[in-house]
Design a protein around this ligand. Structure first.
Ligand code: PLP
Length: 477
């Protein structure tokens, strides 16, 4: 592609994307695609000769659009908001277009320095003190894995320079809760702790970790000859957006010398609202690391996970690799961000965050999050005011967890009924919601936060939910 062809096709693609966003609400939120449908539309072998770009663009309409879930749709209420601001999309495009890699400061200085500055802006936005140092990773799963690797090395006095965990005399233990995201257990397993050494601490009626149960578990492990290593607390647990009591957990972490990692993957974005910072009170006193995904809710396109630590030298010591071909004369004066994480190469992810913060301003971002929180409260009121319907967890941010208990549906069939109506909502194409288990039973999460969601969309999803559930009652009675 010559630069002129690139310009022409680039304009076409931007037009295509702009049209898509303009008419997105005309699509069913979830496609009716069956497994294998998409593969059946594609040749099994690559084209030997070049295809025209017109054909490639045509396939976006015929192959791609009919077979994607529309995450940016105003009635997408699934999983968590992974919303994409226009400015963020353009920042991501520039990242690919420049095609630079941050292997080291020298390999592209602006990659490092714009990331340093933008991440520090973000730190200020969420109210963390200047004691924190942050970097951008791909996902929260990676950030949590890095946190547990750092915890492991702190607890073992750098076992990685000896024989690693294999030579440790006492098994190391990790503490989290049933409300934590699956990435926590996965990170613990990948970091070599072993499933038998991961404790799922009891939760309370609001799905938050019980500090007394945490301390009991730590003490029991010490008595059993084990070595408690790290706690992962959730500020915004996945199913219900539960808030673990950070302050009390931090005090326990300090008392027993454990690493405390805060998984605030989605809810951390809400810390740009000063009125909500009570949610992680105690973080300054006792936490060692925290992850916040700007690609969840803030509006920065996937992927953009901010990972903050207090002890930058420790992070560097665990993660550094300095082969000769990556060394430069600038090394003494700069940060080489490869030494803060797992991959060597870094994308210029800071660009999309930088674009989004500048284009929206902090006040613009705050206004949208407040809008979503208020929409969630509207939905909560509607559900609570409707006989037979219940909100099963506190609505602290933008997620409303609901169940329907019609009198004629026996309790042993409620779980199946709940999953069935969630499935029906999604199959209708009118809206998309996510069923999940909380306190041993199925409920349905309505997760608000797409950029173009309005009050009328909340009314629409609530209408759809009631209609499909009512239609299914006879089948489960
Ligand atoms: N932690 C929490 C609380 C989450 O909600 C999620 C994703 O839903 C994750 C971690 C994992 O995020 P990622 O996809 O960035 O690894």
């Amino acid at each position: 592609m010559t630069p002129e062809e690139f310009r022409k096709r680039g304009h076409e693609i931007i037009d295509w994307l702009a049209d898509y966003h303009a008419k997105i609400s005309d699509y069913p939120v979830q496609p009716a695609t069956q497994p294998g449908d998409v593969k059946a539309m594609l040749p099994v072998s690559p084209p030997v000769d070049a295809e025209g770009f017109d054909e490639i663009i045509a396939d976006l309409d015929s192959v791609v659009l009919p077979n994607i879930s529309h995450w940016q749709h105003p009635r997408f209420f699934g999983y968590f908001p992974s919303n994409s601001l226009g400015s963020g999309i353009l920042g991501d495009l520039v990242c690919s277009g420049l095609g630079v890699l941050g292997l080291s400061w020298q390999s592209s200085p602006a990659v490092t320095e714009i990331e340093e500055v933008t991440v520090d802006w973000f730190r200020q936005m969420v109210g963390l003190s200047s004691a924190w140092f942050g970097v951008i990773n791909d996902t929260a799963s990676t950030s949590t894995l890095v946190a547990l690797l750092c915890a492991r090395e702190k607890s073992t006095g750098f076992s990685l320079v000896r024989q690693g965990l294999q030579a440790e005399l006492k098994p190391l233990t990790i503490y989290t809760s049933a409300s934590a995201h699956s990435s926590v257990e996965k990170a613990a397993l990948l970091a070599g702790f072993g499933r038998e050494n991961v404790r799922m601490v009891d939760i309370d009626g609001n799905f938050a970790m019980r500090p007394e149960a945490l301390e009991d578990a730590i003490i029991a492990d010490i008595h059993a000859g084990l070595k408690p290593c790290a706690i992962v607390a959730a500020v915004g647990g996945t199913a219900t957006v539960s808030i673990d009591p950070v302050s009390e957990i931090a005090a326990i972490a300090r008392k027993h010398g454990l690493w405390l990692h805060i998984d605030a993957a989605m809810a951390g974005n809400a810390m740009i609202l000063p009125e909500l910072r009570w949610m992680w009170e105690g973080i300054e006193e006792g936490a060692d690391s925290v992850v916040i995904n700007a690609h969840k809710w803030l509006g920065v396109p996937f992927d953009c996970s901010l990972y903050f630590v207090r002890d930058e030298p420790h992070l560097l010591r665990v993660m550094s690799a300095d082969p000769s071909f990556l060394q430069s004369q600038a090394d003494e004066k700069v940060r080489n961000l490869r030494n803060t994480g797992i991959p060597l190469g870094r994308r210029f992810r800071a660009l999309k965050l930088w674009f989004a913060i500048r284009e929206q301003g902090v006040s613009g971002l705050q206004a949208r999050l407040r809008r979503d929180i208020s929409l969630a409260q509207d939905l909560r009121s509607k559900v609570e005011a409707t006989p037979g319907w219940e909100v099963v967890a506190p609505v602290v941010l933008q997620t409303v967890c609901i169940v329907n208990r019609p009198k004629s549906v026996p309790s042993h069939r409620l779980d199946d009924f709940t999953r069935a109506w969630a499935h029906s909502v999604n199959a209708s194409g009118q809206a998309y919601v996510t069923p999940a288990i909380a306190a041993g039973h199925w409920m349905v999460r309505v997760s608000i936060g797409t950029i173009c969601t309005e009050a009328s969309d909340i009314e629409a999803v609530w209408r759809t939910i009631q209609e499909v559930a009512t239609a299914l009652v006879p089948e489960f009675s």
